[in-house]
Ligand binder design. Structure first.
Ligand code: FE
Ligand code: CA
Length: 504
């Protein structure tokens, strides 16, 4: 049932509401459309979804072109696209301190239901966007569709893949990180107008403004709720917890990381809020009826530093640190949380939505990339050991980061145990970042037992989940021009209770 008629939704910003004296009258100085960054929804549950927007009449200005004061934003959520049947609504305060971002937790909704929502600020209406709640935990679900994206370096291509995601109208979109890159400059229309890597919150607002003003990205956000996690480039290439890529003053990096995390929060439809110490909890569990449990992982904020200087490649014989049993990808708390979670899974599918490649790609002495799980073998043994120990079946691992599409069965070789298949890894290509390309030639897909590898194309993956099977389709598209034509590059299926990747 609705929590209340007409205005049942929670006000996501009420806890941060400041003195009303600082509140600008709605509409003040909002002469132009403030919804240039679009709207979004995310972190759905069976009864709630987070609605997001950020007011920015000038999307790439450090202050978004907003007046200094706070602005009231109203929102409505309805069961129909014309917003005739409004079932929840409310007012939120877009504060200057939060970059005039708004996070509303719309609660009291019905499970497994499609909704439409819209924001209003002053005289301006946002676009109407679609979202949907999850089926109630434990209830049967015949079919659930997802799109999976990662790695969208703005300067390196068009976001046709986001347009395609919008056309798919999936039930849920997962983004596995590298939503923004710290890289500045660029050419033609695809430019980040900064002259150094972003360090302050204002720099990051400029960066996100450039990214989020893209109409295809906005369309993908407007079609379904998103479930996001981050990887490295939201802060800096291959950073590890509080360790920067290059020598940098620790305090400077800590401040910059906190600004990056805060900016991520300001621009994402997530329920988690930044803590006073600058951290932001990203790992969370999401259940889709009796069909699937998603464990969204954070392999960046809590990991130990990459071994042996993070050299590509690394030679195992020259890197005894690879044997460090204490090395961690998730950190102790998240590891324990995941182990506890895996012990209590009651759904058909178990999904680990995370960043870097889990599959062992080590060839003899050569470790191609110690930033991924190959550089954290003890942590990988613990994670896969946890899957094994709790007898979790029908496990899917979703991976981004590497700018290639790939599929692999995760076996004992990867887990350090027997040859049984413990999981199925689906690696999604980059939305626009430069494909892995020649670097992939370090490995031989057949040797490593990869079922699919395309290191040359951009795109995304979509998957259909049913109580009988999981089917992933890799969609590739040329991103060098605005109107690239999509191509289904590969399809792999996993049948319930029959471990292994099937090529239909
Ligand atoms: Fe990337
Ligand atoms: Ca990455």
């Amino acid at each position: 049932m609705w929590a209340a008629t007409g205005c049942g939704g929670g006000d996501g910003t009420s806890g941060r509401r400041g003195p009303t004296a600082t509140t600008a009258p709605a509409g003040l100085a909002l002469d132009t459309d403030p919804f240039t960054l679009g709207v979004a929804s995310g972190d759905p549950t069976a009864e709630a979804v987070v609605l997001w927007t950020r007011l920015a009449p000038e999307p790439t200005a450090p202050d978004g072109g907003m007046p200094r004061g706070d602005v009231e934003v109203t929102w409505e959520l309805a069961t129909d696209e014309s917003l005739g049947d409004v079932v929840a609504s409310g007012t939120a305060l877009a504060t200057a301190a939060d970059g005039h971002s708004v996070h509303v937790d719309a609660t009291g909704l019905l499970p497994g239901t499609e909704y439409f929502y819209r924001f209003r600020a002053g005289e301006h209406d946002s676009a109407v966007a679609r979202t949907r709640t999850l089926p109630a935990p434990g209830t049967p679900v015949d079919r659930w569709t997802i799109a999976v994206a990662s790695c969208q370096l703005r300067q390196s291509g068009h976001w046709t893949a986001h347009r395609l995601i919008a056309e798919d109208r999936p039930d849920l979109v997962l983004h596995l990180g590298d939503y923004v890159y710290e890289y500045f400059g660029g050419g033609d229309d695809l430019v980040v107008p900064l002259d150094a890597e972003p360090a302050t919150i204002e720099d990051h607002r400029v960066l996100y403004g450039v990214y989020k003003r893209d109409p295809h990205l906005q369309a993908a956000h407007a079609v379904a709720p998103w479930l996001v996690t981050w990887d490295d480039h939201e802060v800096q290439n291959n950073y590890a917890a509080d360790v920067p890529r290059h020598d940098e003053d620790a305090e400077h990096f800590a401040a910059r990381r906190a600004a990056a995390y805060r900016a991520y929060w300001e621009h994402m439809p997530i329920r988690s809020t930044p803590a006073d110490d600058g951290t932001l909890r990203m790992h969370r569990r999401v259940e889709v009826g009796s069909l699937a449990t998603f464990f969204v992982l954070d392999g960046r904020q809590h990991r130990s530093d990459q071994v042996c200087g993070d050299r590509v490649p690394t030679f195992a014989s020259a890197c005894p640190e690879l044997g460090d049993a204490d090395a961690t990808m998730l950190g102790e708390d998240q590891e324990r949380w995941l182990d506890d979670g895996l012990a209590s899974v009651a759904t058909t599918w178990t999904v680990l939505a995370q960043q870097t490649v889990v599959k062992a790609l080590t060839v003899g002495d050569l470790v191609p990339n110690v930033d991924q799980w190959d550089g954290y073998p003890a942590a990988r043994r613990r994670m896969l050991g946890s899957v094994d120990r709790h007898g979790v079946e029908n496990v899917i691992i979703l991976t981004g980061d590497i700018h290639a599409g790939a599929a692999a069965e995760i076996r004992g070789r990867d887990a350090g145990s027997d040859g049984r298949i413990l999981a199925h890894e689906m690696v999604v290509p980059a939305i626009s970042s430069p494909p892995l390309g020649e670097a992939a030639e370090l490995i031989d897909p057949a040797d490593l037992g990869l079922s699919h590898l395309n290191a040359h194309d951009n795109g995304y993956a979509r998957a259909t989940l049913t109580p009988d099977a999981w089917t992933t389709e890799w969609v590739t598209v040329d991103v060098s021009e605005p109107d690239g034509v999509p191509h289904t590059d590969a399809v792999r299926r996993v049948d319930v209770g029959r471990p292994g990747l099937v090529t239909p």
